[in-house]
Design a binder for this molecule. Structure first.
Ligand code: IMP
Length: 203
């Protein structure tokens, strides 16, 4: 199904690009980033993680003529009907301030008519082929919101997110351990499984 040797990583985040590159090298897939190609980030105008991931991947595939991989992720809080969701980065304002974004989450939860602390991180990966279709893979990790924020190891909303069965927040857990259990890891596992099954020689 997937037979290519080079893809564009539709992201300007060098950390993300490096992580994806490291995952794809063993599969013999070369990566080039949107930044290296001078591609602009399209505006995220869709209303779902899948929609925004697909929009970013499709824009990079059409602009470069190469298959393109993108991701869209965020925090979905049950008592807030899934907010901040696709707006997770935007809740931090410009310039980004996640201290403020976490306060906003906690204030909204305190005002909500629910004691439900449940939340999940979501990551959707999208792969678009030029002139072709888009495939998406979703990974999620469930947990609960805690207050006040704790830990300095993570990023974004990590200090207020506690995964099930743990007493530490994502910002108190070692990065290697977080990466192994994260929404991003789960989406990547599905994506890599699809790539590997497609890469197998056909009879
Ligand atoms: P994106 O880069 O547009 O997908 O923005 C996703 C936003 O969701 C980030 O800016 C973070 O605020 C938040 N987010 C996504 N994944 C994580 C995570 O693993 N930990 C903490 N925050 C995350």
């Amino acid at each position: 199904m997937f037979s290519f040797t080079k893809i564009v990583v539709a992201s300007h985040n060098e950390g993300k690009v490096r992580e994806i590159r490291d995952l794809l090298v063993p599969l013999g897939i070369e990566t080039v980033s949107a930044g290296e190609l001078g591609l602009d980030d399209p505006e995220e105008t869709e209303t779902t993680f899948e929609g925004n991931a697909a929009l970013k991947a499709r824009a990079a595939a059409e602009a470069s003529g190469l298959p393109a991989l993108s991701d869209d992720s965020g925090l979905a809080v049950a008592a807030l009907d899934g907010a901040p969701g696709i707006y997770s980065a935007r809740w931090a304002g410009e310039p980004r301030d996640f201290g403020r974004a976490m306060e906003k989450v906690w204030t909204a939860m305190s005002e909500a008519e629910s004691d439900d602390r449940a939340a999940k991180f979501v990551c959707v990966l999208a792969l678009a082929e030029p002139g072709g279709g888009v495939h998406t893979w979703r990974g999620e990790v469930e947990g609960e919101i805690v207050w006040p924020p704790r830990g300095g190891k993570g990023f974004g909303y990590d200090p207020i997110f506690q995964p099930p069965g743990r007493k530490e927040t994502f910002a108190e857990i070692e990065p290697q351990e977080k990466h192994a259990m994260s929404h991003r890891a789960r989406a990547f596992d599905k994506f890599l499984a699809a790539l590997k099954s497609g890469a197998e020689p056909r009879a």
